[in-house]
Design a protein around this ligand. Structure first.
Ligand SMILES: Nc1ncnc2c1ncn2[C@@H]1O[C@H](COP(=O)(O)OP(=O)(O)OP(=O)(O)O)[C@@H](O)[C@H]1O
Length: 234
């Protein structure tokens, strides 16, 4: 399989704080990869480095055939990378529909448009003209996923997308992530809920102290879950 995302020997910083220590990873076209590890090991910093939000002082990031080591964050969608950020980042003074349209602003043409997102999440159509931040937590997460899909990405970065959500919403999102991946979009899923990881990802990368320390296939069984959980236990 061809790697679409490749990070090699990445050293990333916030100011003087050295967070990623020679991290390497790759994701192939259409692949479903989970990035797991305890709180604070640097998972979000991987996303921030890909998006050009953390300072990379050594190493390389490429997407497709393009070096994106000096990516401007607003250019990511144009290159085919979308993010569902931790905490959702719904824009408060925009309606649900305006938040969705924001996702398409720098994006590409493709399968996803507003009617298709409404078909995926009918509640967003019902609340189309409501301020985005007036939605419940689960609905806001649907909006964040819908907004990311509006850019028609080749790679979707999901940063703890089920944090704080009720199990019924987590189940619904798992089905949606699988559907999106079935249509060919690669997923890099950062997640603390290992049952969700087991339902969605085919492969995992485990982080500790700013580097990848273990990797393997994901098996959706009791033993598979124990293996995944061993990498996130405090
Ligand atoms: N803007 C920042 N400035 C300085 N340090 C930061 C900043 N953001 C995060 N850090 C630090 O970088 C380290 C890695 O944080 P990061 O958010 O990447 O971890 P994480 O694995 O995603 O954890 P979590 O699961 O808690 O989100 C932590 O020690 C954190 O305190």
């Amino acid at each position: 399989m061809t790697a679409i995302l490749n990070l090699e020997n990445v050293h990333a910083y916030y100011g003087a704080a050295h967070i990623l220590h020679g991290l390497g990873l790759s994701v192939s076209a259409g692949e479903r990869v989970a990035l797991i590890g305890r709180n604070g090991v640097g998972k979000t910093t991987v996303v921030n480095t890909i998006l050009g939000l953390a300072q990379m002082k050594a190493g390389a990031v490429s997407f497709g055939r393009r070096q994106i080591s000096r990516l401007r964050p607003y250019m990511a969608a144009k290159h085919g990378i979308s993010v569902v950020p931790q905490g959702r980042c719904i824009v408060a003074n925009l309606t649900v529909e305006e938040n969705l349209l924001l996702g398409a602003a720098n994006g590409r043409k493709g399968h996803w448009d507003v009617p298709k997102i409404y078909k995926l999440f009918p509640i967003l159509q019902e609340r189309a003209h409501t301020p985005g931040t007036a939605l419940s937590g689960g609905q806001q997460q649907m909006l964040a996923v819908g907004r990311a899909l509006m850019a028609n990405p080749d790679l979707l970065l999901l940063d703890e997308p089920t944090e704080g959500l009720a199990p019924v919403i987590v189940d619904q999102l798992a089905d949606i992530f699988n559907l999106v991946a079935d249509q060919g979009t690669a997923l890099l899923l950062i997640e603390q809920n290992m049952s969700l990881v087991a339902r969605v990802a085919h492969r995992y990368l485990a982080m500790s102290k700013g580097a990848i320390v273990a990797r393997g296939g994901v098996v959706n069984s009791r033993e598979g879950l124990d293996d995944l959980e061993s990498h996130v236990m405090v």
